[in-house]
Design a protein around this ligand. Structure first.
Ligand SMILES: [Zn+2]
Ligand SMILES: [Zn+2]
Length: 356
């Protein structure tokens, strides 16, 4: 594979809204690193925050990443173009996706099997909205032949949904998914595959509620129009749902979720509340005997293997959730639609791949 010296990339250069599409040098490959020719890359919620340069981005980008300028994006798939001198687990030409949380391997959590929640978690030095992405070889996941690059580009967020759903037993039981952005939509898909008997979803975007019905939800509730607590209780003989997946991060929606959680039920929280959350802990947790889980990223690499099994076998299709596709050069359109809530998952392609 001929690797050029210069590549095009979507780069966050300034602490303000937007980004630039511009030529930059193809990075040098370190001993434990791999250069991947990017075939497809997806927009994540954090990319939208960074694009907007909102309060979340201002508070987190410097701390979680290595500062600006920085190539945007982290969800992607591609083909290995070059490997570092010490790399043994992969070879040039292999098709891969990539875990984005890098564990230290040394801390208490890493040593006791909870690498996904490493104390010293790091992110990539560079992002992936570029013709080539430089990533640590240890973070790579090889793709089954049956999986397309488009599907593989969303394995990372899909695996977050898998992680959350793997914590609970939903077979034959009622489930609610609060917020049906991409993680919520993927949660609907996974809960369906796991045999949930009835899936309720709530959101304020009609577009996304329709997409959730397509994903396999049974009842879609627009929380700006109906009393979700009352509606769900009505439709569950007053019991509420056995499992509630909270993916919205909206404080009011989280509180309601605890109210329509069934006694002895399980709350799985993936959304990041934008401000402190006040609950009536007596009613909502203690007397209810609720179980509450927080979900941070994916179980490395258990969630990835389950995702491979579900998508790679064709048991679960994600194609209908990949609603919009743009060349890197058209990235502004992609971001603007996604921030308006008018998309499922948005996929970007390097211009050279998109033209094929
Ligand atoms: Zn992501
Ligand atoms: Zn660690």
């Amino acid at each position: 594979m001929e690797i050029p010296k210069i590549m095009m990339a979507i780069v966050k250069t300034k602490k303000e809204r937007g980004a630039e599409y511009r030529p930059i040098p193809v990075p040098e490959v370190g001993p434990d690193e791999v250069l991947v020719k990017v075939h497809a890359a997806a927009i994540c919620g954090t990319d939208i925050h960074m694009y907007q340069w909102n309060a979340w981005a201002q508070a987190n980008v410097e701390k979680a990443y290595s500062g600006l300028p920085r190539i945007m994006g982290h969800e992607f798939s591609g083909e290995i173009a070059a490997i570092g001198a010490a790399v043994k687990n992969v070879t040039v030409g292999e098709r891969v996706a990539c875990e984005t949380h890098l564990a230290c391997g040394e801390c208490y959590q890493c040593k006791t099997g909870d690498t996904y929640n490493c104390q010293n978690i790091r992110r990539f030095k560079n992002g992936v909205y570029a013709e080539y992405a430089l990533v640590p070889a240890a973070a790579l996941v090889k793709l089954p032949d049956s999986m397309t690059y488009d599907q593989a580009s969303v394995m990372e967020p899909f695996s977050v949904a898998v992680h959350g759903a793997s914590l609970v037993r939903v077979v034959g039981d009622t489930v609610a998914v609060i917020g049906v952005g991409p993680i919520g939509l993927f949660t609907v898909k996974v809960a369906r595959a796991m045999g949930a008997s009835k899936i309720f979803v709530s959101d304020i975007s009609e577009y996304r509620l329709n997409l959730a019905l397509k994903a396999g939800a049974d009842i879609a509730l627009n929380s700006s129009e109906v009393d979700v607590v009352e509606a769900i209780k009505d439709m569950t003989d007053g019991l509420g749902c056995g499992t509630v997946f909270e993916t919205s991060g909206n404080v009011t929606a989280v509180k309601q979720g605890f109210q329509f959680l069934r006694k002895c039920g399980t709350m799985v929280m993936t959304g990041l509340p934008s401000k402190p959350l006040v609950l009536d802990a007596s009613d909502d947790i203690v007397w209810k005997a609720a179980k509450v889980y927080g979900v941070h990223g994916r179980e490395i690499f258990t969630s990835w293997e389950i995702t491979k099994g579900l998508i790679g076998s064709g048991r679960v299709s994600v194609d209908d959730m990949l609603t919009h596709r743009f060349k890197f050069g058209e990235f502004r359109q992609g971001f603007e639609l996604a921030e308006a809530g008018l998309t499922g998952k948005v996929i970007f392609y390097p211009d050279s791949i998109a033209e094929k």
